[in-house]
Design a binder for this molecule. Structure first.
Ligand code: DNO
Length: 386
């Protein structure tokens, strides 16, 4: 039994079609109803409609990524219970539609964060990039966050000031837009909203956020168990505290804590090798072994870090993550499962024809097709040997 080869599809507006996905050789689709505002119940009819479109193309909708967790749940605000109820209702509707694997994250305010969506590689392909000095420049000179300066190493602050002085007005705006973006197909954050949220999270802190995650999981546990839903927590991206926001899913210790705190199988992990791989201390094979039986969904991509911790997204097999070792362990884990684990090639370079096209950052067709093809080959070779 092989891993399931899946592919993220943002829905009918995605420039990559379901036909493209079939030609890339994926059998399953990862999708979400991105147009529904965070926190609202996903109507059963809309879920069924999306499912029908996917199935008509000869594909299977296996994973929902994401059902976003509303900020009121993450901060345990006064209206938290209403949003928990909505979340449970969405889970019930997904189960009624026969989709039982959900990916979510518990990153405060912003989803994944990058500082450049179009870093040119030596080959001419383009990659996503995270640069600490650029983030610090945004933090110090756009957001003007109190106490921010002291949180960065002095050389980063110096570099940020130099970069900012030399930066064009256009790039300054672009940098702010990229950081405030979150999930590309969803609504961006405003600067004022971000500042407000940051001060709110300051009083919550890491411990508080952990508690809120457990409260959320306990709040949906009986629904998940009754309807056979499995939740997979996506790690923080990048796996560091940024802009003073707490992080609780950044590495081995966090993931062990979360899986130990609630041992029931509905509480699972989405292993994202790219997000975790950006962490200096993170050893992916070690993490896989530690939470092996809790991994139910996998994002495979690679990163290259420099000495300051900046990183760009590299080719899937070529980077700081030992993809051979990762795949070896996944193949072994998968062998002992009753249901195969889905993985998707997570991101890919913008390359070839896609350089001329409008693409969703990280989600161009050809870069991911290349990633999937390489990963598929690696898996096939390993399967024959294990
Ligand atoms: C980025 C993605 C994330 C991910 C969510 C999961 O490309 O990996 O946006 O979908 O964080 O909740």
């Amino acid at each position: 039994m092989s891993l399931i080869q899946s592919w993220r599809w943002f829905g009918p507006n995605d420039p990559v079609s379901l036909q493209d996905i079939r030609q890339a050789g994926a059998s399953d689709v990862v999708s979400a109803l991105h147009h529904i505002p965070h926190g609202e119940v996903w109507p059963l009819e809309e879920i069924l409609e999306r499912k029908k479109i996917i199935e008509a193309a000869g594909l299977v909708w296996t994973v929902v990524e994401s059902v976003p967790v509303h900020e009121s749940i993450k901060t345990r605000a006064e209206d938290c219970e209403q949003f928990l109820e909505n979340y449970r209702q969405t889970l019930v509707h997904l189960a009624q539609a026969g989709i039982r694997l959900v990916c979510y994250n518990f990153m405060p305010v912003l989803d994944w964060t990058r500082t450049d969506l179009s870093l040119e590689m030596p080959s001419g392909a383009r990659a996503l990039y995270f640069d600490w000095a650029d983030l610090a420049a945004f933090d110090l000179f756009v957001l003007k966050r109190e106490g921010a300066r002291a949180e960065y190493p002095a050389p980063i602050v110096d570099q940020a000031s130099d970069k900012w002085t030399a930066m064009s007005a256009k790039r300054k705006q672009e940098l702010a837009d990229i950081i405030l973006m979150g999930v590309p197909t969803e609504k961006s954050m405003t600067l004022e909203g971000l500042s407000r949220s940051i001060s709110r999270y300051q009083s919550i802190g890491k411990e508080g956020l952990r508690e809120n995650l457990l409260y959320f999981l306990k709040g949906i546990q009986s629904t998940c168990e009754k309807y056979g839903m499995t939740m997979t927590l996506h790690p923080d991206d990048p796996p560091y505290s940024i802009l003073g926001l707490p992080r609780i899913a950044s590495g081995l210790e966090d993931l062990v804590f979360i899986t130990d705190a609630i041992r029931e199988p509905f509480n699972g992990i989405c292993l994202c090798t790219g997000s975790l791989g950006a962490g200096k201390e993170n050893d992916l094979p070690e993490i896989i072994s530690a939470v092996a039986d809790r991994i139910h969904f996998v994002h495979l991509r690679n990163v290259k870090k420099d000495e300051r911790g900046n990183f760009h997204e590299s080719d899937h097999l070529d980077g700081d993550v030992d993809m051979f070792e990762v795949m070896k362990r996944l193949v072994k884990i998968n062998k002992n499962r009753s249901k195969p684990i889905p993985f998707r090639p997570d991101h890919g370079h913008q390359m070839l024809d896609d350089l001329q096209k409008e693409t969703i950052p990280g989600y161009s067709a050809i870069g991911r097709l290349k990633g999937l093809a390489e990963l598929r080959g690696l898996e096939m070779a390993l399967e024959k040997h294990i």
